[in-house]
Ligand binder design. Structure first.
Ligand SMILES: Cc1ncc(COP(=O)(O)O)c(C=O)c1O
Length: 397
């Protein structure tokens, strides 16, 4: 299987972890050599209820027995998609009310950018340095990391970059700006939170200039930061909210939500303003609905902040310089990329899954399922500290 994996399946790095998965359950993934791994990554924040969750499985099974794809997006009434978008609206502040469901996060970003241009008639887009929003051409155009995009130029014109958390750069937002797109908490950059009411200032500048604010909550959204959506921490409501990843409960999804007035622009002048075959797919919507119900009806969200405290208490080590992030979106900062690599790889050998962040080589991600237990947190943190002990010892020898 390994040989075939490298021969037939296109790779994105020369050295993928290449663990062959047998099955997964709760917070554990099992390989085909019968090894068990505690999952501190949750499919890179995409499995908030862990693996093989009975409520998600039941929702998928029930829908599977009814119908799968029957028509392109938006033509037929399909209950799972309607109920999912309704539940989202019920949990979002006004004016966020109407949702377009897509196949992935990056496609939802494309839709949001298109909507902003359509709504304002302006072309300029402002994005943040070190921001990540996906990998299709539009999303890549607003990614603030030149090294990973220069080979694909030319990209979208009229995109400008400002520094996240730097209020003086907000003067770049003018009446020529269609939208500013930001991650509520920068992910790839190393889980950087907005500071000093930054998002409130962005909101005000947008209001003053008629610019739309797009917040990308594809990673922090759906309970991970201790609120259903990260923006709830920062007293700032976006004009367009983009979600994805964890919303699908392990199936591929993206979504963008705005006011009825804004969203209705997609059906007029031109009509079919954003179309997709599979967006809002009934199986995926059923999985997402079950996920969102479980997250909003249980104490998982409030427990997230308690679990964050436990992580912070247990992860005390001379090689941990800082722990960034909020809730169960945490990044351990170590002194070098070499140590970060060693920590990820050695922990895997000890039965704990950790992973890197896109643009910050000294960071190691901890984004476990929200369902993780205190015992599992304790077990994983002990592995991290023992691996760091070993690394520290080898560095002093
Ligand atoms: C903040 C953010 N935006 C957009 C995306 C792209 O989502 P997808 O990979 O589903 O296209 C990601 C995925 O990692 C993300 O973390």
């Amino acid at each position: 299987m390994k040989q075939k994996f490298f021969k037939y399946q296109a790779q994105t790095t020369p050295h993928p972890l290449a663990m062959e998965v047998s099955h997964a359950n709760g917070c554990y993934i099992y390989d085909t050599n019968q090894n068990q791994y505690l999952d501190f990554v949750a499919g890179v924040s995409a499995c908030p209820l862990g693996h093989n969750h009975p409520k998600i499985n039941e929702a998928i099974q029930t829908q599977l027995n009814k119908y799968l794809h029957v028509m392109v997006y938006g033509e037929y009434i399909q209950k799972p998609a309607v109920e999912l978008t309704q539940l989202l609206a019920e949990h979002l502040p006004k004016p966020l009310e109407k949702t377009y469901l897509t196949n992935s996060g990056t496609e939802a970003i494309e839709g949001a950018l298109k909507l902003a241009r359509r709504a304002t008639g302006r072309s300029e887009i402002i994005a943040a340095k070190n921001g990540y929003h996906g990998n299709t051409m539009g999303a890549l155009s607003v990614m603030g990391y030149e090294e990973r995009k220069q080979a694909f130029r030319p990209l979208l014109p009229d995109v400008r970059f400002i520094e996240f958390n730097n209020e003086s750069h907000l003067d770049h937002i003018t009446t020529k700006t269609a939208c500013i797109i930001l991650e509520t908490i920068q992910g790839g950059a190393g889980f950087i939170e907005p500071k000093n009411n930054y998002l409130e200032s962005v909101r005000k500048k947008c209001d003053d200039t008629g610019t739309l604010l797009i917040l990308d909550e594809i990673q922090p959204g759906v309970g991970r930061t201790g609120r259903l959506f990260g923006f709830e921490h920062y007293n700032c409501t976006p004009d367009i909210l983009v979600t994805g990843k964890g919303l699908g409960g392990g199936l591929p999804i993206g979504a963008f939500t705005a006011s009825q007035e804004l969203m209705d622009l997609l059906m007029d002048n031109p009509k079919l303003g954003h179309i997709t075959t599979f967006g809002g797919h009934p199986l995926i919507a059923a999985s997402a609905l079950a996920t969102l119900k479980e997250i909003t009806e249980s104490n998982l969200i409030s427990d997230t902040l308690r679990k964050e405290k436990l992580f912070r208490k247990l992860l005390k080590h001379q090689l941990i310089k800082e722990i960034r992030g909020k809730g169960l979106m945490l990044a351990i900062m170590v002194p070098s990329a070499e140590i970060a690599n060693a920590l990820v790889l050695e922990s895997q050998h000890k039965g704990l899954i950790l992973f890197w962040l896109l643009f910050e080589p000294k960071a190691v991600r901890i984004t476990p399922p929200l369902t993780i237990s205190d015992e599992e947190i304790t077990k994983g943190c002990h592995i991290i500290c023992s691996v760091l002990d070993k690394i520290a010892a080898s560095h002093t020898n």
